[in-house]
Design a protein around this ligand. Structure first.
Ligand code: SF4
Length: 200
């Protein structure tokens, strides 16, 4: 008769939720606000695994991500491809900051043709021997328009602000690690008026 296996089963380590941050057409200010959590980042990362971000080395967006913060609007073919992939692979997608929520500063080019925008940057305002050379290789092609993220893919949570305050980002991430929804944390921040807006 086979002996009963008396080994104690190894306790399963609970999986931490995964976190990603993505940078589309934005100034990086929203990512700076993430960094402005300062030492609280360590607390957040004790409850979540950061699997993709401009702040870490991962090159490919992972298959399954619990929470993705998206900075910036959708302005180029690269942005378009990226946000569709990110949406497919993300459970809760947060539009982080006014560029993601409304298109904000990047959207200021919307009244103009792409050709006029490029001429303005590379010819009218340029100087030196390469004046008038519009780069075509190694740079993403601009779309004819700039769009906020929710006009391209479904957004689960909107976190406005230019940039959103670090305290609010922290509250949202803590809420996620404690089992609350990110949306609940953003609603609380709105209620106490701790969100900011561009120009205020
Ligand atoms: Fe920069 Fe403001 Fe846009 Fe964030 S919302 S990327 S801080 S311009």
């Amino acid at each position: 008769m086979a002996r009963a296996d008396k080994r104690t089963p190894i306790a399963e380590t609970p999986m931490k939720p995964t976190l990603a941050t993505v940078w589309l057409d934005g100034c990086s200010g929203c990512h700076m606000s993430v960094l402005d959590m300062d030492e609280r980042i360590l607390e957040v990362l004790s409850g979540m695994n950061l699997v993709y971000s401009p702040l870490v080395d991962a090159k490919a967006f992972p298959e399954h991500v619990d929470l993705t913060l998206v900075e910036g609007s959708v302005s180029s073919e690269d942005d378009l491809h990226k946000i569709r992939l990110v949406r497919e692979r993300t459970k809760t997608l947060v539009a982080l900051g006014d560029c993601a929520v409304t298109s904000n500063v990047p959207g200021m080019r919307n009244p103009y043709l792409v050709k006029d925008v490029l001429d303005r940057a590379y010819t009218e305002n340029a100087d030196g021997p390469r004046k008038g050379e519009i780069p075509t290789a190694g740079v993403p092609r601009l779309l004819p328009w700039v769009r906020p993220v929710h006009e391209i893919v479904k957004v689960d949570v909107f976190l406005p602000g230019c940039p959103p305050p670090a305290d609010v980002i922290y509250q949202m991430l803590c809420a996620m690690t404690q089992g609350d929804s990110a949306e609940t944390a953003v609603r609380m921040a709105e209620a106490v008026g701790s969100l900011s807006r561009f120009g205020k």
